[in-house]
Design a protein around this ligand. Sequence first.
Ligand code: GAR
Length: 192
Amino acid sequence: MRIAVFASGNGSNFQVIAEAVKAGKIDGEIVLLFSDNKQAKVLERAEQLGIPHVSFSPKDFSEKSIYEGEILHLLEEKKVNFIVLAGYMRLIGPALLEAFPEKIINIHPSLLPQFPGLHGIRDAYEARVKETGVTVHYVDKGVDTGPIIAQERVIITEDDTMSSLEDKIHQVEHRLYPEVLKKIIENRERRA
Ligand code: GAR
């Protein structure tokens, strides 16, 4: 599998996936890290890991469709056949969705369909729910919608702060996302 990872920020999920690929735990190659944010820490991580990285923003283009066309061009050039969103904080438009049907996955820090959007952890914390979690799902045109592949619960205790909850969620993400990606790739290779 020739994988592209899209990320907008820190990139801790990108890092764990890249390490799992490097260690041979995931049968594939990360051929591209794309970021829509030129300041993102994920770009430094890609540089250190020796993974090709490209960054440009929709603001660099007159229309979002041209921005996505440019991404599509890159993906074709690199012969990408699977896309992993890891903290990519934008909707995927129709051209990319059509070019990669059931080939784009996302991770979200809540038990979807609860608390979609940009602030899944904070929204659950402020809602004072007793549990939240992590969801991995296929991407469709909605915000954190699309068929769910895996979910794991995280209990919110009386003692939790926003920061401790964030830590707990990230710990789950860092285990779950490489595991799920590994399984998807194994299943597809078995079927091929
Ligand atoms: C992760 O918690 C991921 O679930 C979330 O962004 C964070 C990225 O962290 N994604 C979303 O909220 C998508 N709606 P990272 O940059 O350290 O991997």
